[in-house]
Design a protein around this ligand. Structure first.
Ligand code: NAI
Ligand code: UGA
Length: 431
């Protein structure tokens, strides 16, 4: 099948490489020329396991990138993988979706025959049919239900494991308005649907849009609840991880997403929970539990710094921060809890020396005025430090001995897997 993908960020690039890998002809339409050049050179514009080799294999044959929307004319289906950020008040900002839908419609005006437009971006109910559809219709001259079909197919991949998650998902959700659209999507995903562990959910567009938010809100709420229970465990002097490991043995709860600590960050949970809160309010419903989910999450970095301050006078202290990305396996630092910890430490006049295996350049470029030192290894960051904070659970931190520190006060915000002997010398300890 000939597929065009609009937007080549984390989702668009991953999906493009994977769809090429399962045999489709794919073109990425992206406004950022450097991303286009990188993909066409056979390289990955983002850090994701399994991505680089797939792009290297297919670029120039089944995969290409361009800034020219006219490329959609030669394709059967277009997947919109565009950012859906939040406005200052937390509500969903559809400006990019609208602009791209106009460009897509303009380009589709030159296409004879049917076309399927699929929203993969995370959008509130109504967006696909009441915003994207009418704009594409107006600019292309095509009509939904005649020569234009619409679908909403939310994406559930996680950063760091994006390729594997896309190719082997728990579920595929197809929100469609016609049998033709559902048929095309089933054909697009045929090799993925062969996996007996992948559930196929066929539903309407509005439900598909909401399933995505409900999924993310549930997971974010689970982690906030786990953090609240972790804080209570700590207050009682009990080990939160032992408590929650036992709780997770209940099938109704499951052992996944039970890790307490610094809380959730990233490009999705924060904006999606805020969008569904704002959307619910707009519909006249007060989402009190979701408000609390965010409040608990916002508090965790400050709790960590308060715990550290119980052990170390932060003013002028040298504090090593291990990990900057919002989770391991990615260079993404959006809403990373590590940055909140650093801000709080800087507000206490601590000197921060940071290390991350892949995200240091992104922090340097994004926050050029951030007054911190960068170390080229965990050992260099720990050298002479008065304390250390583990902010991201990168596996390479598991083997650290924490030698070389001036004082071995370690606050582990992610419960890394350190050796028992090492744990014994901690002064600060873990969540
Ligand atoms: N990052 C993730 O793990 C997941 C993200 N999502 C959702 O998928 C959507 C995309 O997310 P990401 O890939 O993370 O975003 P991103 O910000 O990494 O990438 C979006 C890309 O779109 C490009 N772009 C912006 N305006 C454009 C235009 N008018 N025409 C063409 N390209 C344009 C940008 O230059 C950028 O490269 C969002 O709605 C997000 O919530 C869903 C599941 C997972
Ligand atoms: O909509 C999205 O973009 C994606 O959002 C999340 O994926 P992602 O943000 O990549 O990362 P997660 O693995 O979910 O972790 C999110 C945050 O929660 C934290 N977390 C996760 C699990 C846990 O037990 N404890 C915990 O603190 C992580 O450290 C991280 O900061 C969802 O897991 C994906 O299914 C979804 O597609």
């Amino acid at each position: 099948m000939n597929v065009s993908i609009i937007g080549s960020g984390y989702v668009g690039t991953t999906i493009a490489a994977c769809l090429a890998d399962i045999g489709h002809e794919v073109v990425n339409v992206e406004i950022d020329e450097s991303i286009v050049e990188t993909i066409n050179a056979g390289e990955a514009p983002i850090h994701e396991a399994g991505l680089e080799e797939r792009i290297a294999e297919h670029a120039g044959t089944r995969l290409r990138a361009t800034t020219d929307y006219d490329a959609v004319v030669d394709t059967d289906v277009t997947l919109l993988c565009l950012p859906t950020p939040q406005k200052d008040d937390g509500s969903l900002d559809l400006a990019i979706m609208r602009a791209a839908s106009e460009s897509l419609g303009d380009a589709l005006a030159a296409k004879d025959g049917d076309h399927l437009v699929v929203v993969k971006s995370t959008v509130l109910p109504g967006t696909t049919e009441e915003v994207v559809g009418p704009i594409v219709e107006e600019h292309s001259g095509k009509r939904v239900g005649e020569d234009l079909e619409l679908a909403m197919n939310p994406e559930f991949l996680r950063m760091g494991t994006a390729v594997q998650d896309f190719l082997e998902p728990d579920k595929l959700v197809l929100g469609t308005t016609s049998d033709a659209a559902a048929d095309t999507l089933r054909e697009l995903y045929a090799p993925i649907l062969e996996n007996p562990d992948t559930h196929l959910v066929e539903t309407d567009v509005r439900e598909a849009e909401l399933i995505k938010y409900a999924n993310n809100a549930f997971l974010a709420a689970k982690v906030s609840l786990v953090n609240e229970l972790g804080n209570v465990s700590k207050a009682y002097g009990a080990d939160a991880y032992e408590v929650l490991e036992a709780v997770g043995l209940d099938d109704r709860i499951s052992d996944r997403f039970l890790r307490s600590g610094l809380g959730w960050g990233g490009s999705c949970f924060p904006k999606d929970v805020n969008a569904i809160r704002a959307g619910a309010r707009e519909q006249g419903y007060e989402p009190e539990l979701l408000d609390a989910v965010v409040e608990v999450n916002d508090k965790q970095p400050r709790q960590l710094v308060a715990l550290l301050a119980d052990h170390v006078d932060l003013e002028g202290a040298r504090i090593a921060v291990l990990g900057l990305s919002f989770k391991p396996g990615t260079d993404d630092i959006r809403k990373s809890r590590a940055l909140e910890v650093i801000d709080s430490l800087r507000a206490h006049d601590a000197d921060v020396v940071a290390y991350d295996p892949v995200a240091m350049d992104t922090v340097r470029e994004t926050y050029p005025d951030l007054e911190i030192e960068y170390a080229d290894s965990p050992a260099a960051a720990l050298e002479n430090a008065d304390s250390a904070v583990v902010a991201t659970d990168w596996p390479e931190f598991d083997d650290l001995s924490f030698d070389g520190m001036a004082r071995r006060v370690v606050v582990d915000g992610r419960r890394i897997d350190v050796d028992e002997d090492v744990l014994e010398v901690y002064e600060g300890l873990t969540w």
